[in-house]
Write a new protein. Structure first.
Length: 215
């Protein structure tokens, strides 16, 4: 990952210092079981090039602190499974280094509006022995509203909680994979997580990369 790309993706955490992390990291009670985690993202596009489908962004989200097991990808302005297709968007389920499932959204066009901002929320949740990944509440000038069932994947899981989730995985693995010079910023603006007691918790930017949702 280039130095400039790290700056783009880590924009939400740029203000962090050792003291900030110590003050900002919420640690839930040990009995709290996290059942849902949402990442709220914002992509600011400078000048897209629809002819070559640039820029292209690949988002990564894992239920644990690494990507060695089941994790999810959300590709914007391109699709890569089973083959590369320009434009549109796609959600993918990965098991380590292998793609095991994927789904394409209804949007197939490329980004084409100058100085536009793309917003979306990506969510991992546990329910009835399944782990679900969904992109919801998406919006942009080029694509309009997107997300929901068409960008949702589900897989059986033995996980009973998402307490091992770490935003550092998303921040470190997600990237503007093509046309980086056409992106102003890629920012994780907010985390929202729900525990099994029904409590909803939020952490607004800057997001500490080593935030702990509970053990």
């Amino acid at each position: 990952m280039t130095r400039r790309l790290k700056h783009l993706v880590w924009a939400a955490s740029a203000a962090l210092g050792a003291g900030t992390v110590a003050l900002a990291v919420p640690v839930l009670a040990e009995s709290s079981r996290v059942i849902s985690v949402e990442e709220h993202w914002e992509l600011q596009v400078a000048e897209p090039d629809a002819d070559v489908s640039a820029p292209q962004t690949t988002m990564v989200m894992s239920p644990t602190g690494d990507v060695s097991g089941a994790h999810f990808l959300f590709t914007l302005n391109h699709q890569t499974a089973p083959n590369y297709t320009p434009g549109g968007m796609q959600v993918q389920l990965w098991d380590g280094e292998e793609v095991s499932d994927h789904k394409v959204g209804h949007v197939t066009a490329a980004l084409q509006s100058s100085s536009e901002t793309v917003h979306w929320t990506q969510r991992i949740s546990l329910e009835n022995g399944n782990m679900n990944f969904a992109v919801v509440d998406g919006d942009s000038q080029s694509w309009g509203s997107f997300g929901g069932e068409e960008l949702t994947l589900s897989t059986p899981s033995s996980l009973t909680g998402l307490n091992s989730y770490r935003p550092a995985v998303s921040l470190g693995e997600s990237q503007v994979s093509y046309g980086e010079n056409r992106v102003t910023s890629l920012t994780l603006t907010k985390l929202v997580w729900v525990t099994d007691d029904g409590q909803v918790h939020e952490q607004n930017a800057p997001i500490p990369i080593d935030i702990t949702l509970g053990d």
